[in-house]
Write a protein that binds this ligand. Sequence first.
Ligand code: E4P
Length: 215
Amino acid sequence: MKFFIDTANVDEIKAAAAMGVLDGVTTNPSLAARETKPYAELLKEICGVVEGDVSAEVIATDYDGMMKDAVELAKIADNIVVKIPTILEGLKAIKSLTSDGIKTNATLIFSPSQALLVAKAGATYASPFIGRLDDISNHGMELIDNIATIYNNYAYATQILVASVRHPLHLVEAAMIGADVITMPFDVISKLIKHPLTDIGLEKFLADYRKANKG
Ligand code: E4P
């Protein structure tokens, strides 16, 4: 399973990369708006920090505009993946960009039918937003399960990128289903290693060592 970080903050990306388990980055206009640098400049810097795929989102919502944005974004670095909203114009753009050899990430997926369409169009990644479904009392993880079944049934190459992740249990459940990638905020990544029994156990081992080796 690949681990991406969901942020445009370079310090968070560096800290996650230092853990040695980071495979890529996802950004979006809301995340970029929290930073001070212009989006293109920020993306260039991020692409220099991580070797893996870095998703960068188009702003246009019509086919021509999306294609123009996509070409500009793809020029920034070889590891840029163009994020395209899952709307009709976006579907057309995904199809064209795939033919042009540009990697795509279909974003804002909330239904299995949307996921099936973007796979048919050749998207590199499909990003279902599970936390936002949980927020409105729908089972976000059921969507991942359904998409995994559909993609397995037809051996689609599109990778399931679990997005809008809120807590470590989302990672565990997505991994049990066999999702290809998960993108997590830094806060969630930081929590993954922590367990109170590990801390208590370690404290006891060290105390016992000190007792046995005093003087
Ligand atoms: C994914 O690519 C998105 O940037 C992200 O996961 C959205 O998460 P949110 O619902 O917490 O904004």
